[in-house]
Design a protein around this ligand. Structure first.
Ligand SMILES: *[C@@H]1O[C@H](CO)[C@@H](O)[C@H](O)[C@H]1NC(C)=O
Ligand SMILES: *[C@@H]1O[C@H](CO)[C@@H](O)[C@H](O)[C@H]1NC(C)=O
Ligand SMILES: *[C@@H]1O[C@H](CO)[C@@H](O)[C@H](O)[C@H]1NC(C)=O
Ligand SMILES: *[C@@H]1O[C@H](CO)[C@@H](O)[C@H](O)[C@H]1NC(C)=O
Ligand SMILES: *[C@@H]1O[C@H](CO)[C@@H](O)[C@H](O)[C@H]1NC(C)=O
Ligand SMILES: *[C@@H]1O[C@H](CO)[C@@H](O)[C@H](O)[C@H]1NC(C)=O
Length: 515
């Protein structure tokens, strides 16, 4: 027994590395202010009523959103849209929604519906959410768009919605219009940014006529929600739409938020590539020219639809413990380049979901029929949202900066309230796999304060324990499990105490330092 312990301590000594992390004691100038809803959700429209619940709220969803709300004071915002948004029509005879399903496959166990028809109840069920979210929509049939816009207005003007405290922030006209290609009467040789701006302006005019958006304090437009990234004046880009004068009409002046879609990767992506610190940075910094153009027009820039790998995620990458590392670093780095909110795309049964809000009878991994259905549950990415929520807190004025860390496997951020250092997040990007036979590495971090003496001795630490990079359950945030059937945490909150001179950060681990 003693011998084994001795061997272990030698191993951990071999793998321990020392690192100094410098943390400014006061908020550096230019540090962005983070919204409590930096982590928000984009919901594939065909499954919206499963998320919200029809005749009664989906209490599982309400509970897991409430966990975030307790930390930031507000639950995530919702965008309701995406692919199936472009296949949605309106029929007042439909109570909630009717979908024409697509055929599941091994690669896509939960495909988007081929067609969706919604009625008034589809929008009204938003009243089931905790307070805060906004809703967006789009369709290509002007008549349908006007009917949908009127139904949205009716739902959000209702007393029930007001009582629920759910507000409509934006209406989106069009999902990934740069990708219309040669479908549905579009021709890629003539469908360009000029044609798009003309069509958007016409449709937005009709939507605006319903009164669902307005120039006062009411809802505004959100868009153009391009899929691709491009920077030129003649392409589907920020510069492209502004050059075409999208803002120069009454309806265009209501476009206040520029939404860009971005997925870091696609099919075949391996976990050890997506989590690389440098890859996360280059994926987001490539947006810098567009963000600058958007901000020069006084508009907000958001990732209106984002996640790890497009087409619902990659098994073994998007749904495992290691993705919590990617999610948190991507989310916290985004404001450092000027992104004010990131809507993580979710569907029913998608591999990259943070939340699986309903029971699944087909495997989200390979589409096989499950003998034991999977009850509603959270996935690893959800835990990143919990950590971010606690790091940001509820002040509404928290600022944050990325820490300059001389290690390509460790990233970190400091958080300030009223300009004073309160918290820091450290993220270890080294992937520790179960059964790899390699011991879990650890960095001993010495915190060095800039601009004064800073706290001495012991500080509080909360850990996101991830059993391994390939684990799908068993994550613990500050000692609590969120794997329970009702979505509420179980267990006691654990705050460790550690010396500022030697903070242990294990492979595939996230810590929140409390100053
Ligand atoms: C790391 O720091 C500890 C003190 O925290 C010290 O005992 C150890 O020698 C250092 N290791 C290396 C490799 O510098
Ligand atoms: C859309 O707006 C145009 C221009 O104002 C108008 O001619 C047309 O009738 C409207 N369509 C609908 C369905 O409201
Ligand atoms: C457009 O939507 C309206 C209203 O639902 C519907 O009656 C009409 O058939 C749709 N037109 C097309 C071309 O799909
Ligand atoms: C697109 O337009 C071009 C030029 O008018 C035409 O040659 C081509 O056949 C069209 N493509 C489709 C898919 O309609
Ligand atoms: C984004 O990250 C992926 C790895 O996840 C990498 O293959 C790709 O080249 C990166 N893209 C950019 C623009 O940095
Ligand atoms: C799953 O079960 C359904 C009927 O319950 C059946 O139609 C389908 O073929 C099964 N799929 C697979 C992949 O076994």
């Amino acid at each position: 027994m003693l011998l084994i312990l001795a061997v272990l301590s030698v191993l951990s000594a071999v793998h321990a590395q020392n690192l100094t992390v410098s943390v400014p004691l006061s908020s550096p100038s230019g540090a962005p202010t983070l919204s409590g809803t930096l982590f928000s959700l984009s919901i594939e429209q065909d499954g919206w009523t499963d998320w919200a619940g029809t005749h009664a709220p989906n209490t599982y969803l309400v509970n897991v959103l409430d966990n975030l709300k307790q930390r930031t004071g507000q639950p995530p915002w919702f965008r309701i849209g995406a692919d199936s948004e472009d296949r949605t029509n309106f029929n007042p005879a439909v109570e909630f929604s009717q979908t024409v399903s697509s055929v599941p496959s091994v690669a896509t166990p939960y495909p988007e519906a081929a067609a969706v028809v919604v009625g008034d109840g589809f929008y009204q069920v938003a009243e089931h959410l905790p307070t805060g979210p906004g809703v967006n929509l789009r369709s290509k049939n002007v008549t349908a768009v006007v009917l949908e816009a009127a139904a949205i207005k009716k739902a959000f003007d209702s007393e029930a919605m007001k009582a629920a405290g759910v507000t409509l922030k934006f209406v989106e006209v069009g999902n990934e219009p740069d990708d219309y290609g040669n479908d549905a009467g579009y021709n890629s040789s003539t469908w360009n940014v000029e044609a798009f701006v003309a069509q958007w302006t016409a449709f937005a005019g009709n939507v605006s006529d319903t009164g669902v958006v307005n120039a006062g304090s009411g809802p505004k437009f959100f868009g153009p929600s391009f899929a691709g990234i491009s920077h030129t004046a003649t392409s589907f880009s920020a510069l492209g739409v502004f050059t075409q004068g999208i803002l120069n009409t009454p309806q265009g002046s209501l476009l206040r938020t520029f939404s860009q879609h971005h997925y870091q990767c696609g099919a075949g992506e391996i976990l050890t590539d997506i989590v690389v610190k440098a890859n996360i940075r280059s994926n987001l910094t490539q947006l810098a020219p567009d963000i600058a153009v958007v901000q020069s027009h006084g508009m907000d820039y958001v990732l209106g639809e984002t996640n790890s790998c497009f087409s619902h995620g990659v098994p073994g990458t998007s749904n495992v413990g290691g993705i919590a590392i990617w999610t948190l670093d991507y989310l916290l780095f985004a404001p450092q380049v000027g992104i004010s909110r990131a809507f993580f795309h979710q569907g029913i049964g998608y591999k990259y979901n943070a939340i699986q809000p309903v029971t699944l009878t087909r495997s989200p991994i390979d589409g096989s029929n499950l003998t034991t259905p999977l009850p509603p549950h959270v996935q690893p990415a959800y835990h990143a949202a919990l950590v971010a929520a606690e790091a940001i807190g509820s002040s509404g004025t928290t600022t944050s900066v990325e820490l300059d860390i001389d290690d390509n496997t460790v990233s970190g951020y400091a958080f300030y309230d009223q300009g004073v250092l309160k918290r820091a997040v450290l993220i270890n990007h080294n992937m520790f796999f179960a059964d790899s036979g390699v011991p879990r590495g650890v960095k001993n971090i010495a915190v060095d304060f800039i601009g004064g003496k800073g706290p001495k001795g012991e500080i509080g630490v909360k850990r996101l324990f991830i059993p391994s990079a390939d684990a799908t359950t068993g994550l613990l945030w500050a000692g609590q499990s969120f794997d329970g059937a009702d979505g509420k945490p179980s267990g006691k909150v654990v705050v460790d105490s550690t010396s500022v001179n030697s903070v242990a950060l294990h492979d595939t681990e996230i810590i929140l330092l409390l100053f």
